[in-house]
Design a protein around this ligand. Sequence first.
Ligand SMILES: Cc1ncc(COP(=O)(O)O)c(C=O)c1O
Length: 399
Amino acid sequence: MDRVGEKERAYIQEVLNGQFSSSNTYQMVTRLETSFAEKFHVKHAVAMVNGTATLHMALEAAGVGPGDEVICPPLTMSSTSIAVLHANAVPVFADVDRDTFLITAANIKKVITKKTKAIITVSLYGLAPQMEEIMEVARNHHLTVIEDNAECYGAYQEGKPVGTFGDMASYSFQSSKHLTAGEGGIVITNSDELADKLRRYSGLGYAGISGKKGRITKDDIQSPDYERHVILGWNYRMADLCAAVALGQTERMEELVEVRRKAAAYYEEQARGCEWLHPQVVRDGNVHSYWTYVMRLDTEKVDWHRFRDKYLELGGDGIYAAWKLTYQEPMFRDKAFLNREKLGIYDSCNYNDVHCVNAEFLQPRLLQFKTNYYNSEEAKEQAEILGKTIQYFNEEQGM
Ligand SMILES: Cc1ncc(COP(=O)(O)O)c(C=O)c1O
């Protein structure tokens, strides 16, 4: 199976055939948004340039501003918290669970203050945290919940599509994701008000656009009386060429997710019974979408780097580590937040003092295996190499 197929090519051709005329502009974006919203059974989808901009706009739409606190997990790609800084707000870190690697309601509760305005949950590696529990905490404290589902397409929890629990859910079409357009992002919501804000804030604050309407009418745009900018906005709109690819991918979502699930099943089979490798635990009621297949290395006898070296030596494609925890990145430690110190709101933050013990335990121990093998023989082969690597260390260490 090709990752990029005939549909994507045909939609790109349609955009090119349209010659970028004003009457065609953003039509493909509208089609992508309609298709994506239908796929998730939600009222609105607003497409943007990437899955960092989507988080930023979701925060702005939620009314998050200078000095507000936003709770996030530290074990994630750092865009989750970078978007909070883009909104001039303060990222506050809640620890994750050692078995699921996910943020929990109990840990969120511990860091809520009077300044907390929102929570960004992360469906890490394709698995959602326990959303009903988190939503209950959010409702009790009047907090907006944004699901960062950049790594999670086509997952379910308690029979409901992941992405439909929070007030908004954000997706990325960056090249490593289940669905890709090279770059790109989209936010979904059932709220008309949030959708209007998402559209307007990501579209330069233009009048005449709304959640359902991404294009300005010809009569408006050509009129000398048209007052364009009714509010400050960013130019985060997705391009039609990007939307063409994302639309094709959205229509093929199930098969693209299935590729990943199949690869994960092969890895799972090979790792079964190994007492020193523990896969991300999938709690009852969850369907994982396996952006990657991730295991915790639970032995002091095997060094992380040696495990990866042996896997590569035996023909493995590669193993990724978990990202450094967000607050461990130099940018956070040094508060290199550009000129935001002028706001005065970061004076009391010292990310060197932040410690999420479970996340710190996990980060150096996680092994991330790729699942994007569009040829299932290749996926099987990679999983078999994992099996051989495990066997090698079992024999070497007498485990
Ligand atoms: C959890 C998470 N959030 C946000 C992003 C940011 O998305 P993008 O690269 O499209 O900006 C990514 C991936 O890149 C991600 O993995």
